[in-house]
Design a protein around this ligand. Sequence first.
Ligand SMILES: Cc1ncc(COP(=O)(O)O)c(C=O)c1O
Length: 348
Amino acid sequence: MLDIQQLARKNVRELKPYSCARDEYNGDTGIFLDANENSIGSVLNIDLNRYPDPRQIELKARITTIKGSEMDRLFLGNGSDEVIDLLIRVFCEPADDKIMILPPTYGMYKVAADINNVAVVEVPLTSDFQIDTGLVFRNTDSAKLIFICSPNNPTGNCLREADIKTIMEKFNGLIIIDEAYIDFTPKKSWLPKLNQYPNLVIMQTFSKAWGLASIRLGMAFADPQIVELLTKIKYPYNVNGATQQLALEALSYGDKKNDLVAQILTEREALIKQLEKLKIVEKVYPTDANFVLVKFQRAKPVFDFLIEKQIVVRDRSQMIRCDNSLRITVGAAEENKKLIDALKIYRG
Ligand SMILES: Cc1ncc(COP(=O)(O)O)c(C=O)c1O
């Protein structure tokens, strides 16, 4: 059985966190002269003159009701990117501990580790973008965290459930499953398995299906001990008041989110069909996300040509197993049409 406290850094375990003014009084009515805010109001005609709830109680209550989880199993961050950084800072001793990543994958795991001077063990995915579990276990001895992105960015596919399960059962550290793109796949979230695996952290975000990348709101579902450790080291007001208000409002529009997802899936299928017809395209990889990885005969000149046409995609050619590949986000219908029209006139 994994001892989460022992896994955390000693200084974090022993840390006495900053206590903010609002930690000492739970009521929401009263005369608040404790936090040096502007008591008269704000220059904007919106209710933003008070510091936000550092524990995000109302928002967490709504999210956990919708997700069928519990309040003490949810951590909210300034995007999932903050959660990634905080997980590394809670558990990894700089210059000493390691994380494991499975490239090609989302770039922020390595960047966050590099910022914190934490080493990164890279275990590449197989040629069909699945986990090489044998290689994972030959390298896990010293890694404290494994980041598993499913559906994976930039490849778009989900990683095999059986492989993830094997890792969860055998790995003696935390398994972080990044489900940023979970709404775009028929495959199930790992969320219902949380109670079974105390070493599991599931990250989701408001940036993709909900269409709220700008408000910066990421979620981590995990064992209450992990949530408590993350809460201990976060900045007190890491999720700002406007974000909390907007997210609460957004959660009443679940149908609208589903509708957006359905539209993206329709566009995705149409886009894939069009891309597959192009001679310059070698392969359109299967995708379970709101983007598609496309292999070209030569990607760089295609990328440059699209930039000339003011169409911006992401060149992933430098990543392992992604040579000559561009990652293309599914656009709105007219954007996809402009992309395809441009690719049709490209002469490499
Ligand atoms: C796999 C993955 N995780 C996390 C993020 C970042 O999410 P957020 O906007 O919540 O920081 C991204 C953004 O592209 C992503 O691709």
